[in-house]
Design a binder for this molecule. Structure first.
Ligand SMILES: *Cc1c(COP(=O)(O)O)cnc(C)c1O
Length: 397
């Protein structure tokens, strides 16, 4: 058995690998530089081009580009008409923004449990959470794997709920052959640098519904319109615009749009490489009984944003923290996705208590995210696998 680096052994590698990182090439840099030399830094032609490109990629009819994925969720919640007294069902295994968008609108997030094998929200648990106050479901394609959209859409239809799909992880994923972005009532994206494609900061909402689209456009730009048909007091004064409700300034800049369009051209290559890496990990880890590999539903053709390692605590002598530290000693810097949202002290103050979603909590206690990004080389992947095997060997019961 190899000695772990944390106990004085030689680390598997000398340079650290993080769990995720962006890939920016000269073309991306040129696209941004060209934009900085152009007439528009915001509200220009590139935003429109980007929105059209995102419609093509997702198959959606309409798209609104925004400043980040959190803003995308907020305007989607606004467009859904979520307000004080409403309830919004979501998963605890997500970034807090998926639930915060309900709080922004004065509504109460209700947490459904996850499926212990796919780690995505469990449709049966959604059903149990529905009350007279339920207005919407925010379903998160966790790690990039599509949620069970057919079943969740059927539940939403039956109970007259709006389905918002948080696709921060899942650009490039298809469900039954159809790209994510054109299936739910609204789909939100994030283009933060850890995600599959990046704009530095950025987000978008796609929809096929013209009424929702109009609401999204207003919400992301102050509630101001230049469209006379939407005005209460239309005039033909050329300078006239009207604020018809309360919105925000959630616009994306032109140079972010330029970067994102350049990144979108590489989405297929990014997607292909991520799939290759996931396959290498899955093959290696499915042979190790102390580890559990994420189950994929057949409907989802997944562009994976995160690779999750699940430990089987019963078969190891170490805690998750010890495993995490040992991997770090080998220069593999993992992360944990996610702390159940309602465990955060803010949610505790709002009256949520531990024990609410047992599958989610059990998942959290044993999970870790391994390096997964486009520029990861085969040798890097082998190092990660070697390091994981080394740590498992050391702590095997
Ligand atoms: C990253 C992320 C967000 C928020 O996106 P930002 O662009 O960082 O605001 C929302 N939901 C999920 C699931 C995410 O991973």
């Amino acid at each position: 058995m190899e000695q772990l680096a944390i106990f004085g052994g030689t680390p598997v590698r000398t340079t650290p690998l993080s769990y995720g990182r962006q890939y920016i090439d000269e073309e991306d840099i040129q696209a941004v530089a060209d934009t900085l030399r152009s007439d528009y830094l915001t509200c220009g032609p590139r935003i429109t081009q980007l929105e059209e490109m995102l419609c093509e990629v997702t198959g959606a009819k309409y798209c609104v580009a925004v400043s980040n994925g959190t803003a995308a969720l907020h305007i989607a919640a606004m467009a859904a008409g979520i307000k004080e007294g409403d309830e919004v069902i979501t998963t605890p295994i997500t970034f807090a923004a998926s639930a915060n968008c309900a709080l922004y609108c004065g509504a109460r997030p209700v947490f459904a449990d996850i499926n212990p094998d796919t780690y995505n929200i469990d449709p049966d648990s959604i059903r149990k959470c529905i009350t007279d106050k339920t207005k919407a479901v925010v379903a998160v394609d966790f790690t990039g794997q599509a949620v069970e959209l057919d079943e969740i859409r059927a539940i939403c239809k039956e109970h007259n709920l709006i389905l918002i799909e948080d696709a921060a992880h899942s650009i490039g994923t298809k469900y039954n052959g159809q790209p994510i972005g054109s299936i739910a009532d609204m789909t939100t994206f994030s283009f933060h640098p850890v995600k599959t494609i990046t704009a530095g900061e950025g987000g978008a909402v796609t929809t096929n519904d013209p009424v929702l689209y109009q609401k999204l456009v207003l919400a992301h730009a102050h509630g101001i319109t230049r469209d006379r048909s939407q005005m209460v007091h239309p005039t033909d004064d050329p300078w006239y615009y009207e604020q018809v409700n309360l919105g925000y300034n959630y616009r994306m800049t032109e140079f972010q749009a330029a970067l994102l369009m350049s990144q979108l051209k590489k989405l297929e290559a990014f997607s292909k490489r991520r799939k290759e890496i996931v396959k290498m990990y899955d093959e290696a880890f499915s042979k190790i009984p102390e580890l559990k590999v994420q189950k994929e539903i057949p409907e989802s053709d997944t562009t994976r944003h995160l690779y999750i390692l699940q430990l089987d605590g019963e078969k190891l002598t170490c805690t998750r923290r010890e495993f995490f530290d040992a991997l770090r000693g080998e220069n593999i810097y993992s992360q944990v996705h996610y702390i159940p949202v309602y465990w955060h002290s803010h949610y505790e103050k709002l009256g949520y208590a531990k024990g609410l979603c047992p599958n989610a909590e059990h998942y959290y206690m044993q999970c870790m995210s391994l390096p997964l990004y486009y520029s990861l080389k085969d040798e890097d992947v082998k190092d990660v696998i070697h390091a994981v095997e080394k740590v498992v060997d050391y702590y095997r019961k």
